[in-house]
Ligand binder design. Structure first.
Ligand code: SF4
Length: 395
């Protein structure tokens, strides 16, 4: 796991935060970002060619090794943690007042997120990012800046929160900005879908970005079950109205189902419900729980060992697949799944928070297995975890 932030020594910077792209020679040559919005990586250049012409240019500042030298009179920083935390192409936020650096975009990462807001209108039992009722509309301008610094070739980005639709008009503005800056990037917005019960809001997203899709959670085939999991009366009805409104506005929709115990108890019914009532969705993701945030406080209510959901999971997966709805399993290790459904399992955990256990050493399918969230502990580990020594059919 490579951390997303680090302590740093920062010198010569204005006290406000600075969002900047890390530049190597390739970023300089590409010329896609103004020099004033980049920090030049001078690490390991001590014995290299004379860079004085390059360093004389109007870079925002310089990234140097601990004990290294920056051009006189110019802002610089050096990391105190893992040097790989900042690499060429990344976008970082420098925070001089707290002597910290936070990575806001990681080149080549599989979990880059535009974090829209901390606010939410639900209060899910397993929320991994517990919401806060704060005014954080300032994030919109910061996200506009961030989008301008992200690689144009970036394959995918998520927009998440909190509940991104609580940005109101800010969300279509942000997605419209992405359409200008990142038209080839797949944008996947994670939303509870409730705001789209107002179909006029859904209509704001029609033809807004060429590669826009929505991940909307559904936790039951019955209103009482879904409303219980999200801890909001009326949420099921709003989400369903929202799903139909999004479909009506030409949006691409993924249904996301977190596999908490109450949901698993009716998982096959939920698969049937989706096929009957939401046949237009383009993907269903059945997701192991992330053991962080509210989930930790609700462990007893939520936890079900994946090995104990094998029958329901297999039936639900096959029910959806047989009816032509693409389905994937996220966040569950292969050894906890029946081999018959391994082909649906994805390596889904973002690389910065993904790990394996000591038991995984020597496992024959480690390369295919998504492993665990880095913060998994004994409470959230299946009793079925055991290295797979040979794959059936392999020599
Ligand atoms: S032992 Fe580890 S690597 Fe192997 S399948 Fe299980 S969780 Fe995955």
């Amino acid at each position: 796991m490579l951390a997303l932030d680090a302590k740093a020594v920062l010198s010569g910077w204005q006290p406000r935060s600075h969002q900047l792209k890390v530049a190597g020679l390739a970023e300089f040559a590409a010329g896609a970002v103004p020099l004033e919005r980049m920090v030049l990586d001078l690490r390991q250049q001590a014995s290299g060619p004379d860079l004085s012409a390059l360093t004389g240019m109007p870079w925002a500042g310089f990234l140097i090794d601990h004990g290294g030298h920056a051009p006189a009179g110019r802002p610089w920083l050096s990391l105190q943690g893992d040097p790989r935390t900042m690499r060429a192409g990344d976008v970082v936020e420098l925070q001089p007042l707290t002597s910290k650096v936070a990575v806001r975009y990681r080149r080549g990462g599989n979990g880059n997120v535009l974090f829209a807001t901390e606010r939410c209108n639900s209060y899910c039992l397993m929320c991994s990012q517990p919401p806060r009722a704060i005014e954080d509309d300032w994030r919109l301008m910061q996200l506009f800046e961030l989008v301008e610094l992200i690689d144009r070739e970036e394959a995918s980005l998520a927009i998440s929160g909190g509940e991104p639709t609580l940005m109101g008009e800010g969300l279509p503005h942000l997605i419209g900005h992405c359409a200008q800056q990142l038209p080839k990037t797949n944008l996947h917005v994670l939303s509870n879908g409730r705001t789209f019960a107002d179909a006029r809001y859904a209509e704001r997203f029609r033809v807004l970005h060429p590669a826009l899709s929505w991940g909307i959670p559904l936790y039951g085939d019955h209103f009482a079950l879904h409303d219980y999991v999200v801890q909001r009366a009326g949420a099921f009805a709003e989400t369903l109205r929202g799903l139909y409104a999004l479909e009506g506005s030409g949006q691409r929709i993924e249904i996301r189902v977190v596999l908490v115990r109450p949901t698993v108890e009716r998982l096959v019914d939920l698969a049937r419900f989706i096929c009957r009532n939401l046949p237009f969705v383009e993907h269903v993701a059945l997701m192991g729980i992330e053991p962080i945030g509210f989930a930790k406080a609700n462990h007893k209510t939520l936890w079900i060992d994946p090995i104990d959901m094998a029958a329901a999971l297999t039936e639900a997966v096959e029910y959806l697949a047989d009816r032509g709805i693409p389905v994937s399993i996220y966040n569950l290790p292969l050894c906890t799944l029946p081999e018959a459904i391994w082909s649906y399992a994805q390596r889904s955990i973002s690389d910065w928070k993904q790990d394996y256990l000591p038991a995984c050493a020597g496992c024959a399918v480690k390369d295919r297995c998504g492993g665990f969230f880095s913060w998994v502990n004994q409470d959230w580990q299946s009793r079925a975890i055991v290295p797979i020594m040979q794959i059936e059919g392999a020599e």
